[in-house]
Design a protein around this ligand. Structure first.
Ligand SMILES: [Ca+2]
Length: 287
């Protein structure tokens, strides 16, 4: 297991104007990436999860909406603080169950050249502190495509980002098809100074080729990231130094596919649309 701190860009966390401004400033001052890779050679598996306390298995009729008791749509085309291109919609063309037990988020290039996609959150519906939080996902692919499974503190936006806390369970940028990233952003360590690590596919294959499970094991003062049961990074209160540890509170979950942005760059002639992120389930277990 390798452990490192990567400087990297912020994930957008903003629906509030004030938070957008703050986040945009953080992002714009953080235009470099100095991260490295973590080989997927860990032999030990995550601790066995405890009782399942919540899940969405995404069972339902093809074309139906994700369960509104669990999921909100966040919509808009304002760039989300990262100069992203997509307009997030609540149209079934951008998010729907597939009838085979999956939620599919589809990023499309529309006939007028613009991009649409979807961003779903569990805010004010499903919020948890601690446990084993896992999703089984087949990510999309391509330059400028940016899928993510992540969380924000439930007090956002009343508590502005990054003081609200952000836990990125899985992010991928299309120009790194063999790599995923796990990161926390908090006060004093956000944007370029977010703390995290990356995990490289053990065979060097694209994560978009098949389903993978992306998880955190989260307990007071500690978060461990894993892919397919292989832990690859642990961050504890020691890692944030004198900065606040803001992860001892409930968080809500987010699933989205962004198109373009400072970190992933932008689609080019190699990028094919539509692109789909297929989510088999999201599960929360007690630790
Ligand atoms: Ca399923």
């Amino acid at each position: 297991m390798s452990r490192r701190k990567n400087a990297r860009r912020a994930t957008v966390a903003s629906t509030a104007v004030a938070a957008s401004v703050a986040l945009a400033a953080a992002v714009l001052t953080a235009p470099h990436w100095t991260g490295g890779t973590t080989a997927g050679t860990d032999a030990d598996l995550s601790a066995a999860p405890g009782d399942l306390v919540w899940s969405d298995e995404f069972d339902g009729a093809a074309g139906s909406a994700p369960n509104p008791a669990h999921w909100n749509h966040e919509t808009g085309d304002h760039g989300w603080g990262n100069n992203e291109l997509q307009n997030y919609t609540d149209n079934r063309a951008n998010s729907a169950l597939d009838g085979n037990g999956n939620l599919v988020i589809t990023a499309r290039q529309e006939t007028n050249g613009t991009y649409t996609s979807a961003r779903l959150t569990t805010q004010n519906k499903i919020e948890h502190a601690y446990g084993h939080i896992e999703a089984r996902i087949k990510i999309p692919r391509g330059q400028g495509i940016w899928p993510a499974f992540w969380m924000l503190g439930s007090d956002f936006p009343d508590t502005p980002w990054p003081h609200s806390g952000e836990i990125d369970i899985m992010e991928n940028v299309g120009h790194e098809p063999h790599m995923v990233h796990g990161t926390v952003h908090g006060p004093g360590y956000s944007g370029a100074n977010g703390i995290g690590a990356s995990y490289t596919h053990p065979q060097g294959w694209s994560f978009a080729d098949t389903f993978h499970t992306f998880a955190i094991d989260w307990s007071p003062g500690s978060i461990t990231w894993s892919v397919d049961g292989h832990p690859y990074n642990t961050i504890t209160t020691n890692d944030v130094g004198t900065n606040p540890w803001v992860y001892d509170q409930p968080f809500f979950m987010i699933l989205n596919v962004a198109v373009g942005g400072q970190w992933p760059g932008y689609p080019d002639h190699t990028t094919q649309f539509p692109q789909q992120m297929t989510i088999d389930y999201v599960r929360v277990y007690e630790n």
